[in-house]
Design a protein around this ligand. Structure first.
Ligand code: DX5
Ligand code: ZN
Length: 218
């Protein structure tokens, strides 16, 4: 089976020492660093933007997995590319021209992702399946860490795995992922797990290492 990648979300980390948190969680075995960007408009919360991501870039070589919960996204894609993001994921609900957003991300030399809110059907991305490198299934309503996993999304993960077929597309799940819910996601076909509060409830490299490996093994 393909390896399961763990992508801790630094949304749940200590913002007063973000650089150290990124370095520590990468040293603890995180495969990707998940960066939750929120604009107070597409979602009812505000987090951080490209300047902070750029200042975090020197702290690790780990893949920067940027989840844009912003609308519109297009005017900011270049800034996130220049900040050092490797994957840039936009929401299918964030604007009327998803295909254009995806093409822009790829033209910037980055991997293009699409995220779907819990209420959005998988059919929203059928027509752009050839233009994406990652599908991000939201298993909570985006905006906040620490929410409960929405079980109805497991079926959508399975549908996405079937849609992907043998295309080289990553299938990521975000929201409420714990050692209890992780196996539901991976059994349905997910290969990248985002975890915020589950990882950062502990503190320091050793605590992060034990949760990251527990998630990977779950
Ligand atoms: C939610 C974010 C998630 C969130 C996950 O809007 O996209 O990445 O930080 O946090 P947990 O793992 O605590 O649900
Ligand atoms: Zn996220």
């Amino acid at each position: 089976a393909a390896p399961i990648l763990i992508a801790p979300s630094i949304l749940a980390s200590n913002f007063a020492r973000l650089g150290d948190e990124v370095r520590d969680v990468a040293e603890a075995g995180a495969d990707w660093i998940h960066l939750d960007v929120m604009d107070g408009h597409f979602v009812p919360n505000i987090s951080f933007g490209p300047a902070i991501i750029q200042s975090l870039r020197p702290y690790t070589k780990a893949v920067f997995d940027c989840h844009l919960m912003i609308a519109p996204a297009d005017p900011y894609l270049e800034a996130f590319a220049k900040a050092g993001c490797d994957y840039i994921t936009v929401h299918a609900e964030a604007g009327p021209h998803l295909h254009r957003s995806l093409q822009t991300i790829r033209a910037l030399g980055k991997k293009a992702g699409v995220s779907l809110n819990p209420a959005t059907p998988l059919s929203a991305i059928e027509q752009v399946i050839g233009d994406i490198d990652l599908i991000l299934i939201m298993s909570v309503n985006p905006g906040f860490g620490g929410q409960k996993f929405i079980h109805s999304q497991v079926e959508k993960i399975a549908q996405a795995r079937a849609l992907i077929g043998d295309r080289p597309i990553a299938l990521e799940v975000d929201g409420g992922v714990t050692v209890e819910t992780a196996p539901l996601c991976t059994r349905a076909g997910a290969n990248v797990l985002v975890a915020g509060s589950a990882v950062f409830k502990g503190e320091g490299v050793e605590a992060y290492r034990s949760t990251v490996s527990a998630l990977r093994q779950a």
